[in-house]
Every structure is written in C-alpha cells, then in structure tokens.
Write a new protein. Structure first.
Length: 202
C-alpha cells in the first residue's frame, strides 16, 4: 500500500499543478493568451479553443448546415488559426478574426461538397425562460434556421457575420474578400429573401 501511495503522489501533484495553470489561464484576456501561445505555451491556445469552440461551431453550422461537417470545419479553423496566429493583430478582438477563418473554410467546404443537408440545432446555453416561452423561442429559432438554410452559402455568410457576429461592412468585406458594394448587395438581397421565407412559413 505504501508503494502505491508513493507512486500516486507525483501524479496527484502533477494534476493539481495542471489545474492551477489552467485556472490561471482562464482569467487571462484573449490578447495575453495569444502572446503566451506565440511564446510556446500550448496550454494557452488550449484555453483559446475551450473559450471559443462553441462560438466557432455555431458560425460553421449556420453556413454548412450539418453538425458533423460543422465540427470538421471548426477543428480545421483552429488549426488554421494556430498556424496564422503570428499575423493576428492583438489590438483587435480575437472572435471576429476567428469568425473570418471559420466562415471562409465553411464556404470553401460548401462550394466543394454542396450537400442538401438539414440545418440542425446549435449549441446553446440553457435557457432560464419558462417552458412555454422556451417552446415559442425554440419554434421561432427552428423557423429561422430552416429559412437560413434556404439561402445560398454566400448570403448565409453575410447574414451570419453581420447579424450574429455584428461585424462591420469593412470587416465582412475583408473576411469574404469581397468589395463593400458586393457585401451590401448580398446583405440586402439575403434580408429580402429571408423575410419572404419567414413570412411564407407563418
């Protein structure tokens, strides 16, 4: 028994040390985590993944329309983000930069595969609303998701970036590599089509 305890003690100490390190990283801002990642701290990027993975997944899901494919796109996006991290401007928010990577990968995926897939439920935090309100919200969200899936991938992307990620026209244009005039045109047409689809589903 004494030998077993002697062997287990270093392992328990290592786990406690890891927990303390991860707890410390959890309190850092994204910019500091990026800096530490660039210095070779892989735990720092692990915290970035943990912090932004649900957000990135939801962006991918709205574009590709399928849970499994969205997970693949999300994983690929974090690999791309890690490889390109040195180009990230730490004075700007991390989420829009990551969103641009996810959106472009998702668009490339759809253009290659173009599957006829059903848009599925997003990862969401539990709602505190009463059951009746949750049912109404769930029904409305389902209608919106179904309508979004009827849009072209390009239109879904501009809706996602403008209305869900609240990016500016300049940021969307940079993310999608489009002129601002095209972004505005796509957004106007996407809104009109989305409105028609929602009205038709009532």
């Amino acid at each position: 028994m004494r030998e077993t305890l002697t062997f287990a003690a270093p392992r328990l100490a290592w786990r406690a040390s890891l927990a303390r390190r991860m707890d410390a990283l959890n309190k850092l801002a994204d910019a500091e985590l990026v800096a530490r990642t660039l210095q070779g701290n892989r735990d720092a990027f692990g915290e970035m993944v943990r912090r932004h993975q649900t957000f990135a997944y939801n962006v991918a899901l709205r574009v590709v329309g399928n849970r499994a494919d969205a997970l693949d796109v999300t994983q690929d996006a974090f690999v791309r983000a890690y490889d390109a991290l040195a180009s990230f401007d730490a004075t700007r928010p991390f989420a829009p930069w990551l969103s641009a990577i996810v959106t472009n990968l998702a668009l490339n995926f759809v253009q290659r595969k173009r599957p006829a897939l059903e848009l599925q439920a997003e990862l969401r935090a539990p709602s505190r609303a009463d059951p009746a309100q949750r049912a109404l919200d769930s029904e409305q969200q389902a209608r919106v998701r179904a309508a979004l899936h009827e849009l072209s991938p390009q239109w879904r992307a501009v809706i996602e970036l403008r209305h869900f990620q609240e990016m500016s026209y300049d940021e969307i244009a940079a993310a999608l590599e489009l002129p601002i005039s095209d972004v505005k045109s796509h957004l106007f047409r996407a809104r009109q089509k989305l409105k028609q689809l929602l009205e038709a589903s009532e």
